[in-house]
Design a protein around this ligand. Structure first.
Ligand code: GAP
Length: 520
């Protein structure tokens, strides 16, 4: 069957579409749904956990297996409380919070201001599109952006707001942050009210008690990033794995942040998973490695084929307390370009600070150069759940078919698809299920797969399209005669007849991670 029309770029899929598709097809459910759910907490279902594991596998193998100078660890979520004093999280891991007195809604003050900047930027974009239409082929965008009086006025407005916000945030002047909101006449997006409270700092770490009260409980935190588990193990790993800078330590694990506004489905959650790698280098070489990892990580993303124009770099102007250079890899989600991964040159901030607080030397002695130093660190940090959302945002497609019917298809890169193949006897009789079960018995050692015998074959294809299964193998009466099956490809819906013995090779060509790892 031919695809008559797929969703165009303008008819962008919404987060709502993705969330309801995820629920219907066993990818993601609201946490504790039978109790009406817990806000911004989600559970991964049977297909979701397979996709998530495949993303982890792709990351882990690309980072650890493909680099003989990167090793992995799995540190505990609970860490000694001093860790968070040394890392700066106790003192500066805060977001500025503001409440609207009428709607009783709570906002991040800096996000309200950034949204205002985005509105002005939107006006610039509109002017540019209009001018491009007016001037046609002779349009020079750079020249327009640097000379058009209206654009220059908007740019000046943005700069003034950014300068004021940066100086207020840097100096911790929360009154000035509030004043900026008042001066810009920012209204509550829900109620339209401008009746704001003062701005207060809110620490994002979750705390809990370790041990029972009678034993003398102490306050500890759920880790807000996995990176610190790597820093405190730097010396253990370096010694036991006999590593010499430049070398890296990778980790995948849960992180927790009491986000003021957790929203946009799994984009911003209070419990999420990170895939982080800290790369320890000789001081002075960090910028070279920073550029190296920027390129490597972008290649890792682009290798998936979700569309080159869905990614862009965004350099940080406002650097975190630990960084001397930082950027994000942004992805074009349904709500626009947003941070997917951070690449940070963290200097020796963390190791030096842990040295100071622990009293333990965290240095590397380079025998050849007779030199002892605290390594500098370049970090790559990606949210696993955000990566999951990026894949679904690009993969979710609604198509109108030639016969007038419609299908929802998840065009997940085959290497990451939850199931690689579905094995379908055409009818549930005549010995076809027995042949199908035999095929399943062989394929299941190499591939995650589904066996499905219920409903008409067309409906079964639709179900597999909706969960992103790249191939369907159908066993029919001809199979009994000549040991051939039809294999149907998800995206093109093309079908061909192949021998049962060649199914495995055919699948392997498309779904083997090896090819992808070689290409990135
Ligand atoms: N160790 C550095 C660090 O944690 P970050 O930019 O705060 O840096 C890194 O976080 C990545 O973790 C982000 O790019 C994002 O993908 C993910 N992330 C951060 N906060 C998140 C949240 N509340 N929910 C989901 N993912 C989050």
């Amino acid at each position: 069957m031919l695809i008559f029309a797929a969703m165009s770029a303008e008819e962008k899929v919404s987060l709502k579409n993705i969330a309801s598709h995820c629920k219907e097809y066993g990818f993601i459910y609201q946490s504790s749904e039978i109790y009406d759910g817990l806000s911004a907490a989600y559970d991964y279902g049977p297909n979701g956990v397979l996709l998530k594991n495949n993303i982890k596998d792709y990351w882990w193998r690309a980072m650890v297996q493909m680099h003989d100078n990167i090793v992995g660890i799995d540190a505990s979520i609970f860490m000694h409380p001093t860790t968070w004093k040394a890392s700066g999280h106790v003192d500066v891991f805060n977001d500025p919070l503001i409440d609207n007195k009428d709607s009783k809604k709570r906002y991040r003050a800096d996000v309200l201001i950034e949204d205002q900047i985005a509105k002005i930027q939107g006006k610039i974009n509109k002017e540019t599109v209009k001018a491009a239409k007016r001037f046609g082929e002779s349009f020079d965008e750079d020249q327009f952006l640097t000379t058009n009086p209206r654009v220059l006025k908007y740019r000046e407005q943005i700069k003034t707001i950014e300068d004021r916000m940066r100086s207020a945030m840097d100096s911790g002047n929360l009154e000035e942050v509030r004043q900026l909101i008042v001066d810009l006449e920012i209204a509550d997006p829900v109620s339209g009210s401008r009746n704001w409270t003062d701005v207060r700092q809110f620490n994002l770490m979750f705390s809990t008690e370790l041990g029972s009260v009678t034993e003398g409980a102490s306050t500890i935190y759920l880790r807000p990033e996995t990176a610190q588990g790597i820093f405190v193990n730097y010396l253990n790993v370096q010694k036991t794995s006999r590593m010499k800078p430049p070398f890296g330590i990778a980790q995948i694990g849960k992180a927790f942040r009491n986000e003021i506004i957790a929203r946009q489905f799994i984009f911003r959650m209070r419990e999420f998973e990170q895939m982080e790698m800290q790369f320890f280098v000789q001081p002075g070489s960090e910028m070279e490695w920073y550029e190296h990892w920027k390129e490597k990580r972008m290649n890792w993303h682009k290798g998936l084929g979700l569309g080159e124009d869905r990614y862009r770099f965004h350099d940080h102007l406002n650097l975190a307390h630990y960084a001397n250079a930082a950027c994000d890899i942004e992805f074009n989600f349904p709500m626009g370009f947003k941070e997917l991964e951070g690449i940070h040159s963290r200097t020796d901030f963390d190791l030096s600070s842990h040295e100071e607080y622990s009293g333990k030397k965290l240095q590397y002695f380079d025998q050849q150069e007779n030199l002892s130093y605290v390594p500098y660190v370049v970090e790559t940090s990606i949210g696993l759940d955000r990566m999951f959302l990026a894949i679904l945002s690009a993969a979710y497609t609604e198509e109108k078919l030639e016969d007038g019917s419609e299908r929802s298809v998840l065009q997940i890169p085959p290497v990451l698809a939850p199931n690689k193949v579905s094995v379908l006897p055409l009818v549930n009789k005549d010995g076809l299920p027995e042949v199908a079960e035999k095929i399943v018995g062989e394929l299941k050692f190499d591939f995650d797969l589904q066996y499905d015998v219920k409903d008409a074959i067309g409906r079964r294809y639709r179900r597999q399209d909706a969960i992103g299964t790249p191939y369907c193998v159908t066993i029919d009466h001809q199979t009994l005669e000549d040991e051939t099956v039809t294999i149907r490809e998800r995206d093109s819906m093309n079908q061909e007849r192949i021998k049962i013995q060649s199914i495995s090779n055919k699948l392997q060509e498309k779904v083997d991670l090896k090819h992808l790892l070689k290409s990135v």
